[in-house]
Design a protein around this ligand. Structure first.
Ligand code: B12
Length: 588
């Protein structure tokens, strides 16, 4: 592909790498890893050192994800979860701190920007206060790297004693509302990585593959290929230490086990954590215990057979309902502690032969993918020695193009990616099965009526959660209704421009980040401006929001806003069938 550069790097000037690294190294003279309760009580200089010690001692590390809107409540959680587990001889090694997405904006812009459901730290002192609460490693794994505020937030996190900072995965897929400048994001991220590389101790640059292209590739070999590409960019080109996480979408035990062994084989540093298989969780709490037990057992056994430094992450069974509270997090960890104890006896039952054949295939495919991307970029005129150009080109081309163009599998038109997968990722195939089940539930008459309906539906998401949209698009295609791709993380004004240009007559929104009502209000005013009031709006996903009564109110948990959405003229859908049945009652 000769003119790749013309296609993705249209800027006359790309920021100079030497200047960026120079600035970062200058800052590293006064921004150093600060002391915190974890580093002091474990007498280590970094989590890297701590993890290697734990691996040698055969301990399985544990990770808990926390982050409520209020600092008070988050400090209480940081303190109390550790204390309550400690009282029951249950260890806890690290906290993933869920910062709010508004923390991704430059500090002086945050109050005026839309907010999600996470923690807001409005000073460096607030970071220090949080990490002083208990001897548990602070992992700032969201809304730091890959954001306009990457450099600022990294400075604050390092100063508060954090030696694991992320999330490079978010650089490739996350879009903050109303922020379109990816040059600034790339510059701040490269500087942040260089600042970490200039520290006297190794800083784990965390990358959650499920937050990145990993959640969208249909082939796990491409996901591991993304690991190799990120190692090349962070370690080889910027002298940093990248560390990978995976897990949200790995429901198939063989895939989950084999991926750990493949990742352990190619990794150059201990992993951060294996995230819980959250897509397994449904509305029923009791069945979710089976989900928790089944994925954790794989993760524990995988660490027993081939320690990779990853902490396991028991996700509370209420995850699909809301943001779990302290009690539920403690229970999940007590569950995990007992399971670790029980797992030993399973080792003799496990044969690794099939797992290792799968892992070897994934590694071979991953190397092919990495080599093809770098060769293709180089032939296409992209400077593959320049991390700024590598990152920008990958982000702008996107997962679908990279897999279609450089995927390791043979070309195969029937496959969703146009290539035969070395190992098919479960999520995409599960969505296809879900779509088939939904369509097969319709009568022939209903299918005919939908296909003759003349609906032209523009489908979009408010945030990075794309599966709902993929499912809607797949079902519409199967019933013969034409759909317009309204994009992911699409701002209302951009969505309405697309609706106007493509003459769509129905809108379908998938939303998950607790912004449903806020988004609908802005969409309605854009539609009014374009005389499109009355266009049917179907909205599904997680229909909730934190209701902020005044500027600094800290109402912690989002509430259901289905009624308010109906009152504002939308058609809330708890499931996809709701939209199909409602469309059947409509005549254009
Ligand atoms: C997978 C997932 C992710 C993946 C998404 C991968 C991808 N590329 O899509 C990743 C890892 C990237 C992710 C990231 C985050 N996530 Co998330 N994620 C989930 C998870 C586990 C599943 C959601 C999903 O896609 N399900 C698959 C869909 C197909 O199933 P479904 O929801 O049941 O859909 C049905 C209906 O809703 C309906 N439907 C869905 N959309 C639509 C649209 C229309 C028009 C219609 C008619 C119907 C319809 O159709 C389906 C079948 O009937 C949920 C928890 C859960 N189990 O729900 C958390 C969850 C949604 N995430 C959450 C959060 C907070 C985040 C993060 C902010 C975390 C962070 N701090 O980084 C980030 C997002 C950051 C950003 N910038 O946007 C929270 C939301 C909190 C809330 N609103 O209450 C949840 C609930 C987890 C939790 N309990 O905290 N996430």
């Amino acid at each position: 592909m000769t003119n790749l550069r013309k296609r993705v790097l249209t800027e006359k000037q790309i920021p100079d790498l030497t200047d960026l690294i120079g600035e970062a190294r200058g800052t590293a003279k006064h921004i150093r890893v600060g002391r915190c309760s974890f580093l002091q009580s474990h007498e280590v200089s970094s989590e890297f050192e701590y993890k290697n010690k734990k691996v040698l001692s055969g301990n399985i590390m544990r990770h808990a994800q926390i982050g409520y809107r209020s600092l008070e409540r988050s400090c209480q959680a940081y303190r109390e979860i550790y204390a309550r587990l400690h009282d029951q001889n249950c260890s806890l090694d690290r906290y993933g701190v869920c910062l709010d997405w508004s923390m991704g904006y430059p500090p002086n812009e945050r109050t005026a920007r839309p907010r999600g459901t996470g923690l807001i730290l409005d000073s460096s002192e607030a970071y220090v206060r949080l990490t002083s609460q208990a001897p548990v490693a602070p992992h700032f794994g969201d809304f730091v790297m890959g954001m306009p505020a990457a450099f600022d937030n990294t400075c604050a996190a390092l100063s508060a004693g954090a030696t694991s900072i992320g999330n490079l995965g978010q650089y490739f897929t996350f879009r903050l509302p109303h922020w379109h400048d990816d040059i600034v994001i790339t510059v701040q991220t490269v500087k942040a990585i260089a600042l970490c590389a200039a520290q006297p101790v190794p800083i784990l640059i965390h990358s959650n593959l499920d937050d990145g292209f990993g959640a969208l590739f249909t082939d796990l070999a491409c996901t591991l290929g993304a690991v190799l590409l990120e190692q090349y960019i962070v370690n080889d080109l910027l002298g940093g230490t990248v560390s990978h996480c995976y897990g949200h979408t790995y429901s198939d035990p063989l895939a989950r086990f084999a991926f750990q062994r493949a990742l352990a084989e190619v990794s150059q540093a201990p992993g951060t954590m294996v995230y819980g298989n959250t897509t397994l969780y449904g509305k029923g709490i009791a069945p979710n215990f089976a989900g928790l037990g089944s994925y954790l057992l794989v993760d524990v056994l995988a660490q027993m057979f081939k320690p990779s430094g990853h902490a396991i992450n028991p996700v509370p069974v209420s995850e699909a309902h809301r943001i779990p509270d302290i009690e539920e997090i403690v229970d999940a960890h007590l569950f995990a502690d007992r399971l670790i104890n029980r797992a030993e006896g399973f080792k003799t039952l496990i044969s690794l032969e099939k797992v290792d054949i799968t892992a070897t295939n994934i590694i071979e495919g991953a190397s092919r993918f990495k080599d093809r991307v770098i060769d293709g970029f180089s032939t296409g005129g992209i400077d593959v020695q320049n991390p700024v150009e590598m990152l920008l080109a990958m982000r702008r081309l996107g997962a679908r193009f990279l897999e279609q163009e450089f995927g390791p599998g043979e070309k195969e038109t029937i496959s969703p990616s146009g290539r035969k997968a070395v190992f098919l990722a479960a999520t995409i195939s599960e969505l296809e099965q879900q779509a088939d089940a939904c369509v097969n539930a319709l009568s022939e008459e209903q299918k005919q009526s939908l296909s003759d309906s003349g609906f032209k539906i523009c489908v979009a998401t408010t945030d990075v959660h794309e599966y709902g949209k993929l499912l809607v698009e797949s079902v519409l295609a199967k019933v013969g209704i034409s759909s317009i791709d309204g994009g992911v993380c699409t701002d209302p004004e951009d969505l309405v421009k697309r609706i106007v240009s493509e003459k769509a007559n129905v809108i379908a929104i998938s939303t998950y980040n607790g912004v449903a009502l806020h988004y609908l209000d802005r969409l309605n005013s854009e539609l009014d401006k374009n005389n499109l009031e009355g266009t049917p709006i179907y909205i599904g996903g997680k229909l909730n929001q934190i209701i902020e009564t005044d500027a600094f109110a800290h109402d912690d948990l989002p509430v259901d806003v289905t009624q308010q959405l109906s009152a504002a003229g939308a058609i809330p859908c708890l499931q996809l069938e709701d939209m199909l049945l409602d469309l059947l009652t409509k005549n254009l």
